[in-house]
Design a protein around this ligand. Structure first.
Ligand SMILES: Nc1ncnc2c1ncn2[C@@H]1O[C@H](COP(=O)(O)OP(=O)(O)OP(=O)(O)O)[C@@H](O)[C@H]1O
Ligand SMILES: O=c1[nH]c(=O)c2[nH+]cn([C@@H]3O[C@H](COP(=O)(O)O)[C@@H](O)[C@H]3O)c2[nH]1
Ligand SMILES: NC(=O)CC[C@H](N)C(=O)O
Ligand SMILES: [Mg+2]
Length: 540
């Protein structure tokens, strides 16, 4: 069993400092490296209670100060009895705060409180039927025999003193356990994954009946609190907003406009890697329809210049991230003094850009960075602005709800994401003006066809990628030797995982025909049928 622990949470911003003042109810999740830790937080937030993921190293003292209504211990890849297994501060059992251990979290609870965990004869991976021994409390409204999702090789062999059995499965005698008096609960399965029928009911029981929470985390509450926080933070200072016209920064523009009105200045940087007609459209929309002035900065040449000879994807992202900031700095000087830079950074941008993780076995830092999103990992070290990023804890679908609630038109709310580095990370190898023009034309065809067939809202993203290689073709009896275009069309809930979209063949056919016939320099079109993982959505 792999004992390396993912410590993404140590890279993440720590709990909001204004918490205490806001008096917000919260459920804290301590992360032991599960792929699902964030999913747990999300599910809790779906029940309208705020939740955040913290490192498993968070001390009991720190938790006491945060005063959460409940604590959830996530799953994780380690075995509790292994030498370097991650443990939580044993004092947390004495805090008097309800705790739910999920999988590794439950095994840890059992291990630390004097029970026994060992390798099971048979692990369980995937669906299992849950038979309920005590239908009250945690398992209220969870049907006997319901399906829960399992993923474990270890099992609880003996419960600690004071614990009772709540449920079992065919292979796992202790699938759910509780010490009712101390409000300590453990489940071997994963209630947070969609395949666990009744998982959300269980989570609601924990949140509402056991932790006694109230539904305070609503979109309206988020907007209200953010507005208050932004005002408290910014005071009478001016804020420069990096506006791309995408869902995140447009939502942020509306939020900041509501919070600080004229202290806000929006700046759109045309880095030359935008899609065809997009820059003009954005500026017009904001100025004419929303009456929010936008400063348009034409920085095409300088961005193209810094791409000369660069082929490494991370180097491209780094350069683009830096150049964005330099342009903001210069623009800021021209427009007067600004202390703050606001960006529409979301949680997935932060997680995927997280720099390093620690392997507890060796104490070595293990890189897990997937890619540096330009607005996080691509930022220069000597950043002169203070950042304002109120959406930093949210997922895309949560941002869409916020946007909608503050009047952002559906046309923008539903927009497909477009990465800040734009077409530069969709041209593999060196980015040149010629390649940009080819990709822009191919991309326009993809968008037109997907739009016309009413598929735009069925997919998460649909776009073209240009490969820097050439293949042989034949057109009009003549040999061609030109670039291939990759079609990338995916479905996804939040961009963290994705699947390739099952687009009808006739649509693919039209797109392919049009691109090869209409875009000079392309003689072949291929369809990417890789999910994420193992692929990522973008090619770089
Ligand atoms: N061309 C640009 N000019 C100014 N700021 C930008 C530009 N591109 C990106 N940004 C900044 O970087 C942030 C992250 O970009 P990202 O693409 O993730 O978000 P978005 O463009 O707002 O929304 P979406 O994900 O829907 O495209 C943006 O919210 C914005 O603050
Ligand atoms: O603003 C951004 N700056 C970036 O550097 C960046 N990289 C990826 N993306 C978008 O994030 C989502 C996940 O993409 P990946 O599967 O390629 O990591 C997809 O929606 C991508 O389009 C970015 N957005
Ligand atoms: N998903 C988990 O938390 C797994 C816990 C532990 N590694 C096991 O295999 O039982
Ligand atoms: Mg964008």
């Amino acid at each position: 069993m792999n004992t390396a622990v993912t410590l993404l949470t140590e890279q993440l911003p720590q709990v909001n400092e204004h918490w205490g003042q806001l008096n917000r109810q919260i459920i804290v999740i301590l992360d032991f490296g599960s792929q699902y830790s964030e999913l747990i937080a999300r599910r809790i937030r779906e029940t309208q209670v705020y939740s955040e993921v913290l490192s498993y190293r968070t001390t009991a003292e720190h938790l006491r100060q945060l005063n959460p209504k409940g604590i959830i211990l996530s799953g994780g890849p380690s075995s509790v009895y292994a030498e370097y297994a991650p443990h939580c501060d044993p004092e947390i059992w004495n805090l008097g705060i309800p705790i739910l251990g999920v999988c590794y979290g439950m095994q840890l609870m059992v291990n630390q409180l004097g029970g026994e965990v060992a390798k099971a004869d048979r692990g369980e991976y995937g669906k299992a039927s849950l038979y309920i021994d005590d239908p009250t409390d945690l398992l209220t409204n969870v049907e006997d025999g319901t399906t829960m999702w399992m993923s474990h090789g270890d099992s609880v062999m003996k419960m600690p003193q004071g614990f009772e059995l709540l449920a079992h499965t065919e292979n796992t005698p202790c699938a759910a356990i509780a010490d009712h008096e101390r409000k300590l609960y453990g489940v071997q399965f994963h209630p947070e994954v969609v395949h666990s029928v009744g998982g959300l009911a269980l989570i609601r029981n924990f949140v509402y009946h056991i932790c006694d929470c109230e539904p305070t985390w609503t979109t309206a509450a988020f907007v209200e609190e953010s507005v208050r926080e932004i005002r408290a933070r910014v005071g009478d200072k001016r804020v420069l907003l990096a506006l791309s016209g995408g869902v995140d920064s447009s939502t942020l523009a509306f939020l900041l406009h509501k919070a600080i009105g004229d202290q806000l200045t929006c700046v759109f940087i045309d880095q030359g890697f935008m899609r065809k007609y997009e820059p003009e459209r954005l500026v017009k929309l904001f100025q004419e329809q929303f009456h929010i002035p936008v400063e348009y900065v034409n920085a095409r040449d300088r961005f193209l210049n810094i791409m000369v000879g660069v082929t490494d994807p991370e180097e491209k992202r780094r350069r683009i991230g830096h150049e964005f900031i330099r342009v903001f700095e210069e623009t800021s000087k021209q427009l007067g003094h600004f202390d703050y830079l606001a960006q529409g950074t979301l949680y997935p941008d932060v997680i995927e850009s997280a720099d390093t993780n620690v392997d507890p076995q060796t104490g070595e830092r293990v890189a897990v960075k997937i890619k540096s999103h330009h607005n996080v990992g691509g930022l220069p070290k000597d950043l002169r602005f203070k950042l304002v990023e109120p959406l930093r804890k949210l997922f895309k679908d949560e941002v869409r709800k916020v946007g909608r609630s503050i009047g952002l038109p559906e046309e923008i709310v539903q927009r497909q994401p477009f990465p800040g580095p734009g077409l530069a990370i969709r041209i593999l190898g060196e980015v040149t003006a010629e390649r940009l023009n080819i990709l822009r034309d191919a991309d326009l065809i993809v968008r037109q066809e997907i739009n016309q067939r009413g598929l735009y809202h069925d997919v998460w993203q649909a776009f073209a990628v240009l490969l820097p290689i050439r293949s042989v073709g034949v057109m009009g009896d003549k040999r061609t030797y030109a670039y291939p275009i990759v079609l990338r069309i995916v479905t996804s809930e939040d961009g963290m995982t994705a699947d390739w979209a099952r687009i009808p063949y006739d649509v693919l056919e039209v797109i392919s025909n049009r691109i090869v016939n209409e875009v000079k320099g392309v003689n072949r079109v291929v369809y990417d049928i890789t999910s994420k993982p193992p692929g990522t959505i973008e090619w770089e």
